[in-house]
Design a protein. Structure first.
Length: 117
């Protein structure tokens, strides 16, 4: 009989997973040198959406903490939280667009020869 449910991941598989929600809000705030309220404000602004534990507590991944760290740097420089979230979001969109452009750009050998007039 085929099992349709996904098999649980072994704990060791999570060590290298940047998206595994390993950090509690308190630990995440401590690592970033900020407050839990700052992390809640990033969630409210839609920049990061932490997963929830069975008890409803926010859990953050390393990937999310890197994003939060970028926002914190902007806030520390005097940028408002909402603006910092928008800047980080736009930077990520630009990075993704550039990667797509590179992936779809013709290579030098695929380009037609240019003729000088």
């Amino acid at each position: 009989m085929r099992e349709d449910r996904e098999q649980p991941r072994a704990a060791a598989d999570n060590f290298d997973d940047d998206h595994y929600p390993a950090y509690t809000m308190g630990r995440a705030a401590e690592m970033l040198g900020t407050t839990p309220g700052f992390l809640r404000s990033l969630d409210e602004a839609g920049l990061i959406e932490p997963q929830r534990s069975a008890g409803g507590h926010r859990r953050y991944s390393r990937h999310q903490l890197r994003i939060a760290g970028r926002a914190r740097e902007l806030v520390d420089q005097g940028t408002g939280v909402e603006a910092a979230c928008r800047i980080v979001s736009l930077e990520d969109q630009l990075r993704e667009a550039r990667a797509l452009n590179e992936a779809h750009a013709p290579s030098e050998q695929d380009k037609p020869p240019q003729h000088d007039l």
